[in-house]
Design a protein around this ligand. Structure first.
Ligand code: ISE
Length: 336
């Protein structure tokens, strides 16, 4: 059976997902592209050969010719659209974050548990990135010994136009909150957040530096710099008692010119994580087809944990000091 997918949101990520669905997901068809701007929806639908366009997200999710929804609309719409998909009995791949507030994530969790089976995968695609996968494997097979510290940094060329306030913590950092928690297989107990002296802290995307303690006692540090100017750059190092592993990024060419040897940076995250998005979407399609979630994909509980950590981070930045990450008890529904 072909899975008929609606992509909700025709912005940068909706377009990326639509291209993957149309060109790289055998077994799926791009049924509808939905966006409040008909022009944007139409342009993307034409590019990807979608069967139809729409402007009303809730009506699109309810359509009888739509089997599953891929939500790539603005952050504040994610939870309500995910809830609509659950109530309609349709699986959903929701871009991160699941919701800007942990209370809204909890509503999704409760709805999913009430529905009695998993419906939700969250777009924390880094779990599928081959470099993070190898890092995790080297920890799990004992090569690194016990994990001690995980360093992370995440730099964008400039803060996206839709960024406001502390989206460095609530929109960018959740990638690191999730992937470090996934690699280390742990939860966070506390977070502290710092800003370097001399930066204009009111500037959207001003750099933040975070230190998290895990319940296993490891330290995780994260630099987020949304206005790094030079390129999209994500790096990391996992330090264990017996060795360490640096995160590698795919480099396709090296340019030798004018007495220099250069590697180019991409302007945004899509080239760096292209393979991760592809693998993530394939895993989601399998989940839609079988009803069995991917064992490595992020679920609604993981979405809640990332948002909860971001909330504690925002509090830590405004109040100063270390803030405890107070996680609810994990329901057995989400045990793997
Ligand atoms: C964006 O939403 C992403 O998901 C990117 O991976 C991240 O680098 C960027 O900061 C976010 O705004």
């Amino acid at each position: 059976m072909t899975v008929r997918i609606a992509v909700i949101g025709a912005g940068i990520m909706g377009a990326d997902h639509a291209r993957i669905v149309a060109g790289d997901l055998p077994g799926a068809v791009l049924q509808v592209v939905c966006d409040p701007s008909q022009e944007r929806a139409r342009t993307l639908a034409d590019e990807c050969g979608a069967k139809d366009v729409a402007s009303d997200a809730l009506a699109t999710i309810a359509r009888s010719d739509v089997d599953a929804a891929l939500i790539a609309s603005p952050d504040e719409t994610h939870a309500s659209l995910t809830l609509a998909a659950i109530w309609a009995g349709k699986p959903v791949l929701c871009e991160k974050p699941l919701a800007p507030s942990s209370a809204d994530c909890m509503r999704v969790i409760q709805a999913e548990m009430k529905a009695g089976r998993p419906f939700v995968q969250i777009g924390f695609m880094r779990r599928f990135d081959p470099a993070y996968a190898e890092m995790k494997a080297l920890l799990s097979d004992g090569t690194l010994g016990q994990a001690v510290i995980m360093h992370n940094f995440h730099r964008n060329v400039s803060a996206p136009a839709n960024f406001t306030g502390l989206m460095a913590i609530t929109n960018s950092a959740p990638h690191e909150f999730d992937v470090a928690r996934f690699v280390l297989d742990t939860d966070y107990s506390s977070i502290s957040v710092f800003q370097p002296a001399g930066v204009d802290a009111s500037r959207t995307g001003a750099p933040v530096f975070m230190v998290l303690e895990t319940s296993g006692g490891q330290l995780v540090n994260i630099e987020i710099n949304n206005n790094a100017a030079y390129g999209y750059d994500v790096r990391g190092e996992l330090v264990g008692e017996k060795g360490s592993v640096f995160l590698g990024a795919p480099v396709h060419s090296r340019i030798n010119i004018e007495l220099q040897s250069l590697e180019r940076y991409a302007p945004d995250w899509r080239p760096r994580f292209a393979e991760a998005y592809r693998l993530q979407n394939k895993a989601w399609l399998k989940f839609v087809e079988t009803g069995v979630p991917s064992p490595i994909a992020a679920n609604a509980w993981d979405g809640y944990c990332a948002t909860l950590t971001a909330e504690a981070g925002v509090k830590a930045l405004s109040e100063g000091g270390k803030v405890v990450v107070e996680c609810a008890e994990k329901p057995s529904f989400y045990h793997r």
